[in-house]
Design a protein around this ligand. Structure first.
Ligand code: ADE
Length: 227
């Protein structure tokens, strides 16, 4: 999978070289390229934003600069993901959908967001005929300083679902057995007793059917408590 991220803070993506995602890049399973939006400016101040038409607080990122940055990346079969708190909520099922794609672009907005004409332009029939899809995505009901951290969250959730990225694919199979797509039951490892708290007996029983039943029950209890 090819991933492009466009941002005014390329340094935010340094952690992408670590752990699973770093290894996935070394193995050639993921090719991540980070682009500095400011390199597409042409004034002395490298301006990327201006005041909003209609007034109001904050600044809006300029369509002209975004167009210059995105045009060369907009090849056939591309999913452009625009990070915004007003977007559709990111989920495990959305991660699975994106994991099956060949090319993702993450557009990291700052300030009050990107001039809406950027979204409109790349959603036009011209791009639709090239199988370019535009998605506005939010990672949760809170406002971040920009889309960089949200992009990292999405990239990590998506790339770990690409075949070959996880060292032990068994963990994906186990996750997929759970309707919500993630592990919810409590886990224990050695020692059998820690600070007076024993590991639940059932986990030492070797009875896999009973363990699965117990775990499902625990997952249910936990989900109810954290709702
Ligand atoms: N940019 C600012 N807040 C965000 C959020 N919650 N999700 C995605 N992008 C954002």
């Amino acid at each position: 999978m090819k991933i492009d991220a466009v941002t005014i803070f390329p340094e935010y993506f340094a952690p992408a070289q670590l752990s699973l995602l770093g290894k996935a890049q070394n193995k050639g399973l993921v090719e991540l390229q980070v682009h500095d939006l400011r390199t597409f400016t042409s004034d002395n101040h490298n301006t990327v934003d201006d005041t909003p038409y209609g007034g109001g607080a904050g600044m809006v990122m300029l369509a002209e600069i975004w167009g210059k940055a995105l045009d060369p990346l907009m090849v056939e079969d591309t999913d452009l993901i625009v990070l915004t708190p007003a977007g559709k909520r990111f989920s495990q099922s959305m991660a699975a959908e994106f994991a099956a794609k060949s090319h993702l672009i993450f557009a990291c907005g700052r300030y009050e967001g990107i001039d809406d004409r950027v979204r409109q332009h790349y959603s036009s029939p011209e791009y639709q005929s090239k199988n370019v899809l535009v998605h506005e995505v939010s990672i949760g009901d809170y406002v971040l300083g920009g889309g960089e951290v949200a992009s990292l969250v999405m990239i990590e959730a998506i790339t770990r679902l690409i075949p070959g990225v996880l060292g032990n694919p068994e963990s994906l199979i186990e996750e997929s057995h759970n309707s919500d797509g993630y592990l919810e039951y409590p886990n224990y490892s050695k020692p059998q007793e820690w600070r007076g708290i024993p590991v639940p007996e059932i986990l030492l029983s070797g009875n896999h059917a009973e363990i699965a039943k117990w775990r499902a029950l625990q997952a249910n209890e936990r989900a109810k408590k954290n709702l």
